[in-house]
Design a protein around this ligand. Structure first.
Ligand SMILES: [Zn+2]
Length: 623
């Protein structure tokens, strides 16, 4: 079929990009069908829909139109149109898309949709190659996401982990420099611009920069703290210095006006130089119980000092005529609402609630009665684990701040390694997203590994689709995803992965609860039996020419991976630390020696870091 896509003259780039994409996919889908088809794409600023992305699609065999309230929304509409015609975007990368052949009669889409939430994004974590980042940016709008967060001023550390093969004893580092990171960041931002995606930047790192260290990683400082800067560092245990040698984890003494002045100047300077940043994150250190103990700081709270700092930043941005949106963080000490200070101009700010220590065994329950917030005790805080405790802190802040807000959550950063089937975690994500309204939050930013795809990318899929449309049913998504990934035997896969999931514990793998746990040992033994029983089903999908789909090949590797990990977990839960460590080293070999086809699915750096640092696999002397 001869397909034409038409945009108004001078249409913004995401609209022309949407036109190219739509034309390319429809041409593949309708290839041999005779005749012509014309689809119009345009931006129509809407009446009353502007809080979130909105689009309408009218298309049949005679042609049609895709309209959105922004250029980005037109692209989201184009991808939604393709999904409704049967395309499935199952993982980052074009190799994992399902694009069906259709007839002219099947060209029938008529819908209008307003995104359920304003903020729908992912924040980069883990170890990432240049290609991983680009594939992910391409994938996001196909699922309905509208934002991406490149942490720090340059996301150097995420590339450095990948090219340095950190944590992998079997591979040598590859050549890589900070200049590469900078060039690739610019390339990534350019790809986001083409798609109209909202750009979030920075976050942690400001405190280190005030002390004279570049803000691009959690690595140890390459040199000692200069004496001139020392008075601005927090005084902890009578000493002012770097927290465990790491600038990004070091807090400041905000009683010292120089620290406030330097911090605000850095933020304003950055905002001036980077006008394309849509949301600028201004956070403190990424460690807790290292707040300044000087007499001046002790008479107030970290949150009061934080709010005063934010007000100072706002005054300076306003004086410069900059309307940069500043995201502030409820996290660790800053979960405690300020006692006195209030944000003077709430419209400048977006509240971001980051319940990093929460459990992922179940979704938020907003019906529960919330406990009282415990009194703040400087440098003796205990992070809240339960969901009601976490929500109590959010409620405390919401009584003081009524502006824009979203959650920064972590199911696919750390927690997912504890769910061996990913189905239960996907249900938790679905449940959490559906409760955002009741929690008074207008969206979700997922702090996560980009390669969170073992056994599949279903959790990320559920997150994006549900953020776009909160009414979508989790079981419907399960059928949509699994049938496209695994073909007619998908119910067998869904059953197997659901059972693996229900035997798993995200809490245990993330270090919550006693390490010696007889129930956990029994569950890991049952996991092993499930994996053994599933082998014939896998074999049936391995033909002479290879696997039925790439998803079956990944599932085969996943089975080996789960066998190794569950054996190590079983020994740990039995209390046999020495043998657990030996098993973990076998698991590490399976993770590091996986083939190049599998590297897009599993972040080897991160799973090894999490299982070593949090789960508790430890070697003795000489290990
Ligand atoms: Zn102080």
């Amino acid at each position: 079929m001869n397909i034409e896509t038409v945009c108004p003259a001078g249409a913004p780039e995401p609209v022309t990009f949407a036109a190219c994409e739509l034309r390319a996919y429809l041409t593949r889908m309708l290839g041999e069908v005779p005749g012509d088809l014309t689809v119009r794409l345009e931006v129509r600023p809407d009446g009353g829909h502007s809080r979130t992305d909105w689009f309408s699609i009218e298309l049949d065999g005679a042609g049609g139109a895709i309209v959105g309230n922004s250029a980005r929304a037109v692209l989201l509409g184009a991808y939604e149109c393709l999904r409704r015609l049967g395309c499935r975007f199952l993982a980052p990368g074009k190799a994992y898309e399902v694009v069906p052949h259709i007839t002219r009669e099947m060209l029938k889409v008529s819908c209008e949709h307003q995104a359920s939430f304003r903020h729908r994004g992912v924040c980069i974590e883990g170890a990432d190659s240049r290609e991983d980042v680009l594939a992910f940016i391409d994938w996001l709008p196909k699922l309905g996401y509208n934002s991406f967060f490149l942490q720090f001023k340059t996301p150097y550390i995420f590339y450095a982990r990948w090219y340095g093969h950190r944590g992998d004893p079997f591979r040598e580092p590859e050549p890589f420099s900070p200049e590469d990171a900078l060039a690739w960041m610019k390339e990534a931002e350019r790809e986001m611009e083409r798609r109209g995606s909202l750009l979030h930047k920075v976050g942690h790192g400001w405190t280190g920069e005030v002390l004279g260290f570049e803000a691009q990683s959690w690595d140890a400082a390459p040199r000692p703290l200069a004496e001139a800067e020392r008075p601005m560092a927090a005084q902890v245990g009578g000493v002012r210095g770097l927290h465990e040698g790491v600038p990004a984890n070091t807090n400041l003494c905000f009683h010292n006006g120089d620290a406030v002045d330097a911090f605000a100047a850095l933020v304003v300077d950055y905002a001036r130089k980077e006008p394309d940043v849509d949301y600028l994150h201004v956070w403190l250190a990424d460690a807790y119980n290292n707040m300044c103990e000087c007499e001046g700081c002790r008479v107030t709270t970290p949150s009061d000092q934080y709010v005063e700092l934010l007000n100072e930043i706002d005054r300076r941005l306003t004086a410069e005529g900059l309307d940069t949106k500043v995201v502030f963080l409820l996290y660790q000490e800053l979960l405690w609402p300020p006692a006195q200070a209030r944000l003077e101009r709430p419209e400048r700010f977006v509240l971001m609630f980051a319940p990093i220590s929460r459990t992922f065994e179940r979704s938020y329950d907003v019906e529960e009665k919330l406990p009282d917030i415990p009194p703040y005790e400087r440098n003796h805080i205990v992070l809240p684990t339960s969901l009601p405790e976490n929500l109590a802190f959010l409620r405390g802040w919401q009584e003081l701040f009524h502006g824009d807000s979203f959650v920064y959550d972590y199911p696919l950063g750390r927690a997912h390694y504890g769910d061996l089937g990913y189905v239960k975690l996907a249900r938790v994500i679905s449940g959490d997203v559906k409760r955002l309204d009741a929690m008074g939050l207008d969206g979700y930013m997922s702090c996560q590994e980009l390669r969170a795809g073992l056994p599949n990318f279903f959790p990320n899929y559920v997150m994006g689709r549900t953020l776009l449309d909160r009414s979508v049913d989790m079981n419907e998504l399960l059928g949509e995803y699994f049938s496209a990934a695994y073909g007619k035997d998908w119910p067998l896969v869904a059953d197997y992965l659901s059972r693996l999931s229900s035997l798993s514990s995200t809490d245990y793998v993330n270090g919550k609860g006693e390490r010696k746990d007889a129930d956990m040992a029994a569950r890991m033994e049952a996991v092993r039996e499930l994996c053994v029983d599933f082998a014939p089903t896998l074999d049936a999908h391995r033909g002479a020419k290879g696997w039925d789909t790439p998803f079956w090949e990944v599932l085969d590797y996943h089975r080996h991976y789960v066998l190794k990990l569950s054996r190590a977990l079983c020994r740990l839960a039995e209390g046999d630390e020495a043998r657990a460590w030996e098993r973990w080293k076998e698991f590490r070999r399976t993770v590091c020696e996986k083939g190049p086809d599998l590297r897009a699915w599993l972040d080897e750096y991160r799973v090894l870091e999490v299982t070593e640092k949090y789960t508790g696999f430890r070697g003795g002397a000489g290990a």
